[in-house]
Ligand binder design. Sequence first.
Ligand code: ADP
Ligand code: ZN
Ligand code: ZN
Length: 663
Amino acid sequence: MRVVRVALDVPLDTLFDYVLPDALAVEPGDRVAVPFGTRQRFGLAVETASGSEIPAGRLKEIARVLEGVPRLPADWLDFIRFLAGYYQRPFGETAVASLPPRLRSLRPLPKKILDPAPRAPSGTRFEPDHSPTDAQAHAVEKIGSALGSFRAFLLHGVTGSGKTEVYFRLIARVLAQGKQALVLVPEISLTPQLEARIRGAFPDTQVAVMHSGLEDVARTSAWLACARGEAGIALGTRLAVLGPISRLGLVVVDEEHDTSFKQQEGLRYSARDAAVALAQRARCPVILGTATPSLESWQNALSGRYERIDLPERAVPGARLPQVQAVDLRSEPTEHGLAHSSIEAIRKRLARAEQSLVFINRRGYAPVLSCDACGWAAACSRCTARLVLHTADRCLRCHHCGAEHPVPRHCPTCGNADLRPVGRGTQRIEESIAGLFPGARVVRIDRDVARRRAALWQTLEDVRRGDGDILVGTQLLAKGHDFPGLTLVCVLEADNALFSTDYRATERLFSTLVQVAGRAGRREEPGEVRVQTRYPAHPLFAALARHDYAGFATALLAERKAGGFPPFVFELALRAEAKKLEAALEFLRQAKQLAAAGDRVRAYDPVPLVITRKAGFERAQLIAQSESRPALQDYASRLRTALQGLAGRQVRWHLDIDPIEFA
Ligand code: ADP
Ligand code: ZN
Ligand code: ZN
């Protein structure tokens, strides 16, 4: 009897045995249709065997083999198995979910995918933009000499130091060897810019772009171009690390510190860490590039696991790092949240036809709508959170669950008609700026704009070409963009993060500020960065002004070490949610009891999450730490086994390995 063991998208940690009928041929890596319950399901053949532990009479037959695309390579299946194990997820679910939607469906593939328009084979022509600076050349030599074997490099280059040029020169070498390169970026909005640069530098090379914003056919075709080895360069967001690249010669993770490399649902993987594991398997180098390394990567460089290479200066001749100063809000008067000196600074830029950026990391009009008469404030009924006022589409929106409500005309408790927006978001700043600088072209860029305007990158492109005088934007603008005409950055309302209970908040604030500051003065005109704060003496601002990432990292690492936090320990979070908080807490208490932590793992008492209620569920978590990765992994799998017996219908739970968000 020929038996095929099949991975299915079900929440069970097992493969399913099916009999292979004589008329069919199946190898591991084939996509198949199998009967499951009352219907047919998509499955991935993973192993073949000559028998099964299940009695022959109860085995069903493979229904058919899904043709048309290459068999999935064994290394890919192995890599996915590794990720599923590491992140404590069922293998079948992980493998199936890693395929583009089209390839995990039983529907026949459209002709456009099966017979793509013929393309010229991928060439290797390389047309560099610049001759490299000494620092760039040194980096290329260092990393270049490691091609063909695994090595992890931390490319610590200040903003504008020309990291891309380093990536490109190495990609050129990899292509010349007949291999492929994988480039990961944190944001969809960064792909078009980099894609254009890649296409300019490698005019003959097929580039496969992979991110979740692509429609089905494009996404599937890109995936297949990688799998077939046709694409010389794969470029994408975190999910691209799950693509099968047959001849991988180099992996690049740009902006490696960015938290969006960590997926926050399903398989909660870190694409950065996965990229390192992938490079290790493919025996090729991986470059983690950033101006502000994550403390994990910095510590890995200190300990010698990663090799650090510095690009300490900006690449454009004459370009300097911007001048950063803290603007003391205790002594300076403000107007609409902007210090007078900042308003003056913007006015100067307008007169010189240079661009300014006003950065505020909060979208919407105002974070609170409240009644002065009785103290009522609009809150989400499903979350422990205030509703944010959005004036552009006249609604109150919850930024946690997405719920939308009309803006009330009167206070729902006392009837007062005079409801007041409190605090500021991008929309309000946009309005104030337009009032302060009539005639200036104000461009707002945040996730709301990005959602409505498919062509966010077009807006960014316009700004890059000088269309727009004052930009108002969030985090979205801080990442990786190159705006040649921008010489001033004003940062508003950064203080909250200074005193957050989340021990990662200062690390994040520092990197956000360095990144956003890095948008200024990327050409000959020097840049100026003004951070408004009530705590100008905070050491973070001094480090920022000195462009002293290393000093700041040293101080933060010392704090982490003293407090017993990552990267000096490994962590996992077990989270539970239920209609009643007590049910979630009790579930976690039982889990803790059932899976004894042992003496190498410290499991803390379950506590409610800060935003306790989200989308109608009360949420709690248990944190466990260990200095030993294997001990923590052991504990994680013990927890998982215990939970499988424990979970009822009332409690949903998940495990998060190496968690980074605690809200
Ligand atoms: P990073 O990603 O490190 O912030 P980029 O790769 O975007 O920096 O480069 C910043 C700017 O410097 C770009 O405009 C790029 O064209 C320019 N640049 C890069 N390398 C050189 C070089 N060797 N000589 C001159 N300009 C360069
Ligand atoms: Zn009221
Ligand atoms: Zn909500």
